[in-house]
Design a binder for this molecule. Structure first.
Ligand code: ADP
Ligand code: MG
Length: 278
């Protein structure tokens, strides 16, 4: 028998209508269909751009299986061929704003998720600590492991969020405008870090961003969503150069980067008229 690879994430005709059947009914997504293959030894990086309110966060929340959003109103959301029925540690979410626990130290924030999944993961307390320290080192927070989140800069707080997510080895990483609240130099640092870590963890990443430059720098493919009800207006894969191993500032200075940004901007205008990514 031939083996058809099961997509890591698949949407089949997904519709999400909030407050369905009421006067306030609002269809955020409609007819959203796609399949992302799980490239062995190398997950894919999908960057998502679209106008404000077109359902980008809703799509991520459906994959995450968050209560109140999942399941879809119609269609199917499948992760590795199984309908999503709730959150799971195979999917990690990183939000724009700090999602750490304020009363826990940096180190305890990272070990906490491992404790929650303790029985399933079967780590000893010492192993949890070692794993947490490994990821804190990878995101450059070793000197800060005993601090509390409010003692950290915005960029450092996002590093905690990244470590908390990656320590659970998710196969799917969902990022909802993760760097939007950061200043530009910090944002570029975080882009470089995420590209480096992503190559190491080989997960499939969905990144929602309103920065076309960020989408070009990070994405293997770029989706441009239509106005709500959102769906993929255009998918761009060819002509998105890879900037593997090149820092963002160096990449941005190249001609190929600038022409990719121009062409994505042009397609965004075609799909969405005068709107801007938001
Ligand atoms: P985006 O992330 O693309 O800006 P969202 O996915 O957050 O958009 O939201 C899409 C649309 O659905 C928006 O108009 C938003 O107001 C609406 N919406 C999102 N969540 C809810 C909810 N829980 N209840 C009602 N409407 C919602
Ligand atoms: Mg959003």
């Amino acid at each position: 028998m031939s083996q058809t690879p099961v997509p890591v994430v698949e949407f089949r005709g997904v519709e999400k209508t909030f407050a369905a059947g009421t006067a306030r009914a609002f269809t955020a997504l409609a007819g959203l269909t796609f399949a992302i293959e799980d490239l062995p030894g190398r997950g894919e990086f999908v960057a998502v751009l679209g106008p404000s309110g077109c359902g980008k966060s809703t799509m991520l929340n459906l994959i995450a299986g968050f209560e109140g959003i999942a399941p879809p109103t119609a269609g199917e959301v499948l992760v590795r061929g199984v309908p999503v029925s709730g959150p799971g540690r195979d999917r990690g979410m990183i939000f724009q704003r700090y999602s750490s626990f304020p009363h826990l130290t940096v180190l305890d924030n990272v070990t906490f998720g491992l404790e929650l999944n303790g029985r399933e993961l079967g780590h000893s307390a010492a192993e949890r600590r070692e794993l947490a320290r490994h990821w804190l080192a990878r995101v450059g927070l070793t000197p800060h492991e005993q601090k509390y989140p409010h003692q950290l800069s915005g960029g450092q707080q996002q590093r905690v969020a990244i470590a908390r997510s990656l320590v659970l080895k998710p196969r799917i990483i969902l990022m909802d405008e993760p760097f939007s609240a950061l200043d530009e130099p910090t944002r570029l640092e975080m882009q470089e870090l995420i590209l480096e870590l992503w190559r190491e963890v080989e997960a499939t990443v969905f990144l929602v961003t309103h920065s076309i430059a960020e989408a070009v720098y990070l994405g293997d493919r770029i989706w441009i969503f239509t106005h709500a009800p959102g769906r993929i207006g255009r998918e761009l894969r060819d002509g998105i150069p890879s900037f593997t191993g090149r820092p963002p500032l160096e990449a941005q200075a190249t001609r190929e980067f600038q022409s990719a940004v121009e062409s994505v901007t042009g397609v965004f205008q075609q799909v969405n008229g005068g709107a801007v990514p938001s």
